[in-house]
Ligand binder design. Structure first.
Ligand code: SAH
Ligand code: F3S
Length: 460
């Protein structure tokens, strides 16, 4: 039996793509192994979003040179975004790689491996077009939560971003297929689904298999929007929680917030990347909103969905970022009061418009700004943690003694005979870092309570 070792970098979409390839290979009789040394096939599913993500792959794949020299029959594949973005360089810099495959071609990986086994020559399967078909997958790495791709690619043109190039234009998976997959997952015992897309809010603009141009009016009439999809997924018996990433602020509309409020299983957590608080930079990033407009959306969200948690992404050191631009980001963070934030140093990416502009913010300035924002966010996160103490939260158990609240807070509790997949109510007694710690309460059946900034309590 051939042994397989898979390593995934980057976003949840990549994790899901790796599951797809793993599932296809397991169906062909492969077995997963924990150790690279014992593997017959080693696969890296790579990320290109920042230079740092690529550096890790160059170094980790590079390190396999000796293993490959000792065991020439070993097959090493580099898949995903970096395979596409760096296709010219991978075989040159790492001749021990046997094949590369772009994100839209992963379903071909088992075939590629077979051919390599027979012909023993390096292979490349990179397609310029986007994914046309979505596969229902047979392997999931999570036990309680399953990842479900609802769309692929991105039609936005954020000037720093390589993803529209690596993953192609946006295409949505037909709603019936999504619901069917969620039903199967529920039947297999999954309790939570995470719906994945680069910008889930624009779901349904173009379904896979549809021609590019549809008459607008006809299209809008037929379109299943993201809130409508949420409604359908929410209705699948057995699924207790529905989460989704990622939302673009431009497309995050009131209809979505209303769906988050009204649909019982949709969790009150929105990841809404803001990127910057400076209108000048937002414009150059081509984000399509101002800081004020973003804050307006947040306010509407919080007014509509009481107790909603909001997380974000921020890029610092974007070309031309002045001290005043940076200060504007600090002010935005103070006003927005995110539950948490991923803060990244800008790195120029090939094929992205901004890569033509000088990366002119010095390293030390980037580092100082990064530290300032991390410190500020840490303080805000701590303040957002406090109101949880004394509250009862609904927790979906992921492993013995640990689960997550609806707002995505890790929650620990004494192991009281509950098992992964159970929904329990936990009275929070203290905090440990940013995690909640508490005791399981007998369920009152009244649903959940989550704190809000103003200490209002929500029942539903
Ligand atoms: N819509 C996507 C965004 C993917 S990229 C999603 O599904 O999450 C994730 C984050 O990486 C972005 O929100 C942005 O903050 C950051 N990022 C993208 N390109 C970058 C670059 N060139 N340098 C630094 N950070 C970047
Ligand atoms: Fe990238 Fe902007 Fe799309 S960050 S994935 S181009 S929404």
């Amino acid at each position: 039996m051939r042994k397989l070792w898979v390593c995934s970098y980057g976003c949840q979409m990549n994790v899901r793509d790796s599951e797809e390839v793993t599932g296809l290979l397991l169906e062909k009789g492969y077995a997963l192994t924990e150790s690279e040394e014992q593997a017959d096939v080693i696969l890296f599913n790579t990320c290109s979003v920042r230079e740092h993500a690529e550096d890790k792959v160059w170094s980790n794949v590079g390190a396999l040179k000796e293993l490959k020299a000792a065991r020439p029959e070993l097959i090493i594949g580099v898949m995903g975004c970096m395979a596409k973005a760096q296709r010219g360089k991978i075989f040159k810099r790492m001749p021990h790689v046997d094949f590369i495959s772009g994100p839209a071609q992963l379903y071909q990986v088992p075939e590629l491996i077979e051919t390599i086994w027979e012909e023993r020559k390096p292979m490349m399967a990179i397609q310029e077009k986007q994914r046309q078909e979505f596969q229902t997958i047979s392997y999931h790495s999570g036990k309680v939560t399953a990842l479900v791709t609802i769309m692929e690619g991105c039609d936005k043109v954020c000037s720093y971003c390589i993803i529209p190039y690596t993953r192609g234009p946006e295409v949505s998976r037909p709603p019936e297929q999504v619901v069917e997959e969620v039903r199967r997952l529920a039947a297999q015992g999954y309790r939570e689904v995470m719906l994945l897309g680069q910008n889930v809010n624009s779901y349904g603009r173009r379904m896979s298999g549809e021609p590019f141009v549809l008459r607008q009016a006809q299209h809008e009439r037929q379109r299943v929007t993201f809130p409508e999809l949420l409604k359908r997924v929410n209705g699948v018996p057995g699924i207790e929680r529905v989460r989704f990433i990622t939302s673009h602020p431009w497309d995050a509309v009131e209809e979505l917030f209303v769906a988050m409020r009204d649909l019982e299983h949709v969790c009150e957590h929105l990841h809404l990347p803001v990127q910057s608080g400076s209108d000048t930079l937002l414009e150059r990033m081509r984000r399509g909103y101002t800081a004020e407009e973003y804050l307006g959306k947040l306010e509407l969200l919080r007014r509509t969905v009481a107790g909603a948690a909001v997380t974000t992404d921020i890029i610092i050191g974007f070309p031309g970022e002045t001290e005043a631009d940076f200060e504007a980001t600090v002010r935005l963070m103070e006003k927005a009061r995110f539950d948490s934030a991923f803060i990244f140093n800008y790195s120029p990416r090939p094929f992205a418009a901004a890569s033509r502009w000088p990366d002119d913010v010095p390293r030390e300035v980037k580092d100082r700004r990064l530290q300032t924002l991390l410190k500020l966010q840490e303080q805000i996160s701590c303040e957002k943690d406090q109101p949880y103490v004394g509250q009862t939260v609904e927790v979906l158990v992921e492993e013995p003694g640990m689960g997550r609240s609806r707002t995505n807070r890790k929650t620990y509790f004494g192991d009281q005979g509950v098992k992964p997949g159970d929904l329990v109510e936990v009275l929070v007694t203290r905090l440990r870092g940013h995690s909640l710690v508490g005791e399981i309460r007998p369920s009152t059946g009244s649903g959940r309570t989550e704190p809000t900034d103003s200490a209002r309590t929500v029942f539903r």
